[in-house]
Ligand binder design. Structure first.
Ligand code: NI
Length: 138
């Protein structure tokens, strides 16, 4: 287990009240755990800003019947197979599909893959959930 360091710092009363409100509203057991998570979130943002190795999920929603789209999306995924860890496909209804594509690689490579998938005609929406390998945030 990592050594714990006890901190003491001052913040404005309104900010403190908002902090307490968030800790309570989000059901954190204590303030420390909430602040740890805030710091980790910021560190992950910095990993993405610095083009570090990252983990992400790309979620796509697309039209199942769009001409050639399924093949095109599959071709792109094969081309980037070194970055793709897993894919889950869901048939949303008669006409629409969703895919959750779990990827790992440099942040810019992940952004590029997401962009290529998103710009295909018939893709209705693409979202990237940016996460981390976890190596730098313990
Ligand atoms: Ni489908």
């Amino acid at each position: 287990m990592t050594d714990l360091v006890r901190l003491s710092f001052s913040i404005e009363k309104p900010l403190h009240d908002r902090l307490e409100d968030m800790v309570h509203r989000l059901h954190y057991e204590n303030r420390s755990e909430f602040i740890r998570d805030l710091i980790r979130s910021r560190l992950v943002e910095e990993e993405w800003e610095g083009n570090q190795e990252a983990v992400a999920t790309i979620t796509l929603v697309y039209k199942h019947h769009a001409r050639g789209l399924s093949d095109k999306l599959m071709d792109l995924q094969h081309h980037h197979c070194r970055n793709i860890l897993a894919v889950t496909h869901v048939h949303l209804d008669e006409h629409r599909c969703a895919e959750a594509i779990m990827v790992r690689g440099r942040a810019n490579a992940i952004r590029e893959i997401a962009g290529l998938l998103q710009q295909q005609k018939g893709v209705l929406h693409a979202a990237v959930s940016m996460s981390t390998t976890g190596k730098r945030i313990t």
